[in-house]
Design a protein around this ligand. Structure first.
Ligand code: DDQ
Ligand code: CA
Length: 264
């Protein structure tokens, strides 16, 4: 009967439209949630539990560098991965609180928390060679292409010219449309910006084009393994040669290697 056929067709059309709409709603919900996934650890190494880690990086030759904070205890150090101890270290003056650390060519850049000063060192000798001033606070720092990317405790990252430390771009960060603040230690991994978020055990993985948090990793289990005197999760370093991510915290007893593939 032609009448029935017409009815069935329109019913199928409505079903198709409803399914499409449902699909759109579901994918929006999934994107909005960005569910925090626990980190997967493949190796545990010792870390100097007196190091109040504020910056952590690994160079292309696999050498480890760390910046530590606290007034009167701040250092820049070249670290032996097997022991967690410094091979070379330099102390900052007691009025400086060491913060984020980044490498450009053979120069290490170390931020200070509230002094508005970034120190530049020769990577091989840790000798101080230059410094720049900036407005506001210094938290995290990483190299991002030809630029430096910096956090200051707000929701907005700044990109800077390594030759002048001037701001070239600003990137407000959001997760599911909400601003995300207290962005701290940084690392650029496979073109994404990884950030510790202060007061949380979370790593936020940020798309540098849009500022969207595209993935979240949770390290609560790792924080629970630290001595009572330890402070928060902070410190992300990427070993490009080995394609491995290492994480630690302020006065944590361990550095953790995350499973291969965790960086994707
Ligand atoms: N920051 O890393 C989040 C930028 C700063 C952490 C400061 C932690 C406070 C330690 C005690 C400071 C004493 C003045
Ligand atoms: Ca880092």
């Amino acid at each position: 009967k032609p009448y029935l056929t017409a009815r069935r067709l329109s019913a199928n059309r409505w079903l198709a439209i409803s399914l499409l709409a449902l699909g759109l709603v579901m994918s929006n919900i999934a994107a909005a949630k960005v569910v925090a996934e626990p980190v997967h650890v493949s190796q545990r190494l010792p870390h100097d539990a007196s190091a109040f880690t504020q910056g952590f990086l690994i160079d292309e030759a696999g050498q480890w560098y760390e910046s530590t904070g606290l007034y009167g205890h701040s250092t820049i150090r070249h670290v032996e991965p097997r022991t967690g101890q410094a091979i070379t270290r330099r102390e900052l003056k007691p009025r400086y609180f060491g913060e984020g650390l980044a490498l450009v060519d053979d120069r290490l850049y170390q931020l200070t928390w509230k002094a508005g000063r970034v120190f530049v060192y020769d990577r091989d000798t840790l000798r101080h060679i230059a410094d720049f001033s900036y407005a506001g606070q210094g938290w995290g720092l990483a190299r991002c292409g030809d630029a430096l990317v910096m956090s200051d405790g707000s929701d907005t990252l700044t990109f800077r010219d390594p030759n002048t430390f001037e701001i070239t771009e600003r990137l407000p960060v959001h997760r599911a449309g909400q601003t995300v603040d207290e962005l701290n230690e940084l690392e650029v991994i496979h073109g994404m910006i990884w950030a510790n978020q202060w007061h949380t055990n979370r790593l936020l993985i940020i798309d540098p084009g849009s500022g969207d948090v595209v993935a979240v990793r949770d390290a609560t289990r790792l924080a629970a393994e630290q001595p009572d005197s330890a402070d928060v999760f902070n410190g992300i370093a990427y070993d490009r040669a080995a394609d491995r991510v290492y994480v630690t915290g302020k006065q944590w007893a361990y550095v953790y290697a995350l499973d291969a593939g965790a960086s994707r």
